[in-house]
Write a protein that binds this ligand. Sequence first.
Ligand SMILES: NC(=O)C1=CN([C@@H]2O[C@H](COP(=O)(O)OP(=O)(O)OC[C@H]3O[C@@H](n4cnc5c(N)ncnc54)[C@H](O)[C@@H]3O)[C@@H](O)[C@H]2O)C=CC1
Ligand SMILES: O=C([O-])CC(=O)C(=O)O
Length: 328
Amino acid sequence: MVKVVICGAAGGIGQPLSLLLKQSDLISHLALFDVVNAPGVAADLSHINTRSKVTGHGKEAMSEALKDAHTVVIPAGVPRKPGMSRDDLFKINAGIIRDLAEGVANNCPNAFVLVISNPVNSTVPIVCEVLKKHGVFNPKKVFGISTLDVVRSSRFVSEVNPAVDPSTRVTVVGGHSGVTIVPLLSQIPGGFVDGLSEEKLGELTHRIQYGGDEVVKAKDGAGSATLSMAYAGARFTLKLLEATVAGKSGLVESSYVNLDADVEHTAEFKSKTGLDYFAQDVEFGTEGVSKIIPLPEVSAYEKKLLEAAIPELKINIAKGASFITDSA
Ligand SMILES: NC(=O)C1=CN([C@@H]2O[C@H](COP(=O)(O)OP(=O)(O)OC[C@H]3O[C@@H](n4cnc5c(N)ncnc54)[C@H](O)[C@@H]3O)[C@@H](O)[C@H]2O)C=CC1
Ligand SMILES: O=C([O-])CC(=O)C(=O)O
């Protein structure tokens, strides 16, 4: 039985994400949890004639929803409005994520946990610290979903140079907010960056780093990216299921992870930077993270971007981790 739980399933991301996951035969039970409207969304989805059973679980039924889950995807919490940073969401979302992580520790301690809720740079450390507190932390099983940064990069690159197919993978590392998002455009095959002026490269990098703001502004108070995020979230979740359920090897996706997930390939980076978490290309295996792919040789421009990302990431990580450790 492969039970996948969506926490925040009735929301802007939760609904289309649930719809996309309903199409997968790898899932046998899709459990939708939300503090509002979960039974309604579940009833609707349950009429679709694919393999999975769908159940809805309201406010009082978190434990029932999470019980024995294989994978838990978390897009629960509030989104940004214009003028807000992702970090401004911490006040509300940190507590929501802590409570859901407690639920995971108590009901499905072996589950893969995929965190979408912002600020991802801090919510992932919150989940990890809660799981550590309960003695059930496995760094190979907790993922911050930064896939939307990769999806945007591929799209925006193809707009700058139509010769690059929009499905071309772009390596994006760092974290998931502003300067912590570091696209490694020098890695795109075919000498993509060589054809760009310094100004164009700066503009494209900035667009990738602040792509979320474009949507927040266009939605004008009605929230942030939901449909592109659902696409990115489904792509990540399904790839992980292909590795963990169907046993496919060699699948790679970028993710914001605890670097202890692969000490062999991260020890040097960790001691050099002092970072415990970083988004990097991750190869999936049956246990979750099978390998964190080391950073490639980066350009001088990207080196500067990394230098700007690291101190900001440290602040975000410390804020998330101490939210749990200081209250112990
Ligand atoms: N990682 C990424 O790339 C992205 C992350 N996000 C983040 O995802 C989160 C959700 O965004 P939207 O779906 O647009 O927001 P939304 O407000 O439309 O939906 C959030 C849902 O979470 C539910 N919820 C609130 N507290 C809950 C709890 N304790 N347990 C279960 N469900 C709960 C709400 O009832 C609501 O249905 C936001 O924090 C947003 O910033 C958004 C886009 C991209
Ligand atoms: O911008 C936001 O607040 C939502 C998000 O994380 C994104 O779209 O990348």
